[in-house]
Design a protein around this ligand. Structure first.
Ligand code: 13P
Length: 256
């Protein structure tokens, strides 16, 4: 069975020293490894300090929030996959809706980022999700499947083994209005069917599909109680050590 994965997306929050203090605090609250995979994604500037604070064999993995698809060159302001690997990152969030809407990222660029991540040994966490307008117009399925298809096209089954999909409805991000478990489960199921149709059943049953959008200590248990939801991509509630540790504790639901 797929292990739960909880990813804390810090977005543009915490300096390097704040990152170190946060890690110490979470560790004091959670001395032992939870029965779930855990990743934090601090800003680029805090990655090295976070890696040093975590140490070599921490149960908390490190991820980045974005990458450029080239390895190096004249791309002012960008950071490449090999740079992140050397800093100890194992995951990278790709195609977050804030990147899509605020920075104009399109599926074509996201596809290149997914491929670059895989090529350099980073596991991409591909974010997909519909806007409120899309949902109200009945376009949730077509929007989400198009995002997946455009971003993952050309990948092999072996590649998919290293990909995580995060369903983050845009209307639920930072709004305090999370999708209901039922709404999330419906979309997670259609994503899994879409992966099955595009690759095969084994790939579909192995891939982790996370939910993101106003996840809190109050709603995480209900979301994770469903077999269709393999974890959470947490924004606001991952910034506070107490609420993040509570989410980790609640994520330890044994899976059949
Ligand atoms: P919030 O949990 O703050 O809604 O953010 C979700 C998110 O965008 C995680 O990537």
């Amino acid at each position: 069975m797929r292990r739960h994965l909880i990813v804390g997306n810090w977005k543009m929050n915490k300096t390097a020293s704040e990152a170190v203090a946060f890690i110490r605090d979470v560790r004091e609250r959670m001395p032992a490894s939870p029965h779930a995979d855990v990743v934090i994604a601090p800003p680029f500037t805090a990655l090295e300090s976070a890696r040093n604070a975590l140490g070599p064999s921490s149960w908390i993995g490190l991820g980045a929030q974005n990458i450029h698809w080239e390895t190096h060159g004249a791309f002012t302001g960008e950071v490449s996959a090999p740079m992140l690997r050397e800093l100890g990152c194992r995951y990278v969030i790709v195609g977050h809706s804030e990147r899509r809407t605020l920075f104009g990222e399109r599926d074509e660029a996201i596809q290149k980022k997914v491929q670059a991540a895989l090529k350099h040994g980073l596991s991409p966490i591909l974010c997909v999700g519909e806007s409120l307008t899309d949902r109200e117009a009945g376009r949730t399925e077509s929007v989400v499947t198009a995002q997946i298809s455009n971003s993952l096209t050309g990948l092999t089954r072996g590649d998919l083994a290293n990909v995580t999909i995060a369903y983050e409805p845009v209307w639920a991000i930072g709004t305090g209005r999370a999708a209901t478990t039922e709404q999330a489960v419906t979309v997670h199921r259609l994503i899994r069917l879409f992966v099955e149709a595009g690759w095969n059943r084994e790939t579909a049953s192995a891939i982790r599909i996370l939910y993101g959008g106003s996840v809190t200590p109050q709603n995480v248990e209900s979301l994770l109680a469903s077999d269709a939801i393999d974890g959470a991509l947490v924004g606001g509630a991952c910034l506070n050590p107490d609420s993040f540790a509570t989410i980790l504790r609640l994520a330890q639901i044994p899976r059949a």
